[in-house]
Design a protein around this ligand. Structure first.
Ligand SMILES: Nc1ncnc2c1ncn2[C@@H]1O[C@H](COP(=O)(O)OP(=O)(O)O)[C@@H](O)[C@H]1O
Ligand SMILES: [Mg+2]
Length: 223
């Protein structure tokens, strides 16, 4: 397993948003996380990506128990292992696309030139003009930049939260190609879109914070 959740829970006051969720993601796997709005998908994804601390349970990343790490080491692990793509791109408006993409690489490796080169390579591949600022990009273009930024440190695990939620279908297609074609070792994608969910090798459904057991295959009546 490249990533495992063991009885992960998250409470907000008395409200339980995620309830004792256990799951394992294999190396090489693509997993869709589905469920209605408010079912806990974002909360679970943020805990899996070490962005948010669980109220109970733990996340194990490879053979590292993330809950046993100091927050500083957890942040380092996150920067090293995870790439995030959100529904809105969260790019820094005062930086160009290439600077946005280069930033995590520069932080990780400390070499500005190498970071910009890595950024240019990815943006080339995704067909985005790296000299533009976020405000000058289309929504689909902005999402492609966000994916490039998520990939620049060669994460093992790519986590995406409704990455096509705000896109028209043509841009969504390009963004999905970029995500599913990315060379991360695992992809977890939260989606409302059945077509997107079907592209993943496995679907996990959340309902009121718990995993719903996979539906049994319909029985074909004999005779
Ligand atoms: N920071 C928070 N404070 C209080 N309640 C929250 C917070 N974040 C999420 N919730 C609640 O937890 C539930 C699950 O939210 P979320 O994980 O965003 O669901 P989803 O992504 O499936 O729509 C929702 O009822 C939401 O209102
Ligand atoms: Mg959500």
């Amino acid at each position: 397993l490249i990533l495992a959740a063991e009885k992960l829970s998250r409470r907000f006051g008395d409200f339980v948003a995620v309830r004792e969720v256990s799951l394992g993601i294999q190396r090489g796997e693509t997993v869709a996380l589905v469920g209605r709005s408010g079912s806990g998908k974002t909360t679970l994804l943020h805990m899996l990506g070490l962005l948010e601390a669980p109220s109970g349970g733990r996340v194990v990343c490879g053979d590292i128990d993330a809950s046993a790490l100091s927050s500083r080491n957890r942040a380092a692990l996150r920067l090293q292992q995870f790439g995030f793509v959100f529904q809105v791109h969260h790019l820094l408006g005062h930086l160009t696309a290439r600077e946005n993409v280069a930033l995590p690489h520069w932080r990780q490796h400390g070499d500005r030139t190498a970071a910009l080169e890595a950024a240019d390579q990815l943006l080339d591949k995704f067909g985005v003009d790296g000299g533009k600022r976020p405000a000058q990009l289309s929504t689909g273009g902005g999402q492609r930049v966000a994916i490039a930024r998520a990939l620049v440190n060669k994460p093992s695990i790519l986590l995406a939260d409704e990455p096509t939620g705000s896109l028209d279908s043509a841009s969504a297609k390009v963004v999905l190609e970029a995500l599913f074609g990315a060379h991360a070792e695992a992809l977890v994608i939260v989606t409302h879109d059945l077509g997107v969910a079907e592209r993943a090798q496995r679907r996990i459904t959340l309902s009121d914070g718990s995993i719903v057991a996979p539906e049994p295959r319909p029985q074909i009546a004999e005779g």
